[in-house]
Design a protein around this ligand. Structure first.
Ligand code: GRF
Length: 205
């Protein structure tokens, strides 16, 4: 129990936001506020039409859209993101299906408190189209990885992984669905583990 602790979580999405929703639901069900002083304080999207924003609003969570098309330079977009994020003084910034490549400056700004979920068993298959690539390579298992974000794409210390079988005749869509359902368990578990470690290290904060 953390008393006065305040560990805001900011989640970045681009689309459906099913991982974000899983994190929000876990935070409620597992009482992250009481256990870790943590609450989802902002959901930010680069797409105003991201379905996940509707869910977040329904949960009473602040949302904001920052359209990447409104910026000529990646650095300027990232600076606008950072301004919105920093207003919440987040303990952790969570990338959950955020489909923009972030500048090294942005990554360094949140070093040690920026996490991502990637739909492969890293270090295998960084980048896009992971499920098709796993099937074509003949993998018998696939999965997802939660990792700290570094300036190298889909790379960084691993916080957790989930493994699923690749079944005969699998399509990329079928495999993606099997992996995604495990992502919804993995991501909240990894974040709760990160928060528990923060509480253990600095209980009074
Ligand atoms: C997930 O598969 C995640 O691993 C990847 O993008 C997808 C996002 O799905 N980075 P959702 O928006 O959380 O439903």
């Amino acid at each position: 129990m953390t008393g006065r602790a305040d560990r805001p979580l900011v989640i970045l999405i681009s689309g459906t936001g099913s991982n974000m929703a899983a994190i929000v639901r876990a935070a409620q069900a597992q009482r992250w506020q009481a256990r870790y002083g943590a609450r989802v304080s902002l959901v930010l999207s680069n797409r105003p039409d991201a379905a996940g924003l509707v869910f977040a609003r329904e949960q009473g969570i602040e949302t904001v859209a920052v359209r990447h098309q409104d910026f000529d330079r990646r650095e300027d977009f990232d600076a606008a993101l950072a301004e919105r994020i920093d207003a919440h003084r987040p303990a952790l910034v969570v990338l959950a299906g955020f489909m923009r490549i972030l500048t090294p400056g942005f990554v360094q700004r949140y070093a040690g408190r920026l996490v991502n979920i990637h739909p492969s068993l890293l270090p295998a298959f960084p980048g896009l189209d992971t499920h098709r690539r796993a099937i074509e390579a003949g993998c018998t298992v696939a999965g997802a990885t939660v990792h700290q974000v570094t300036t190298e794409l889909d790379h960084g210390p691993i916080l957790g992984q989930a493994v699923v079988p690749v079944l005969p005749g699998d399509t990329p869509q079928a495999l993606a669905q099997r992996v995604l359902s495990q992502e919804h368990r993995l991501y909240p578990r990894a974040i709760a583990g990160w928060l528990a470690a923060q509480v253990a290290a600095r209980p009074a904060e």
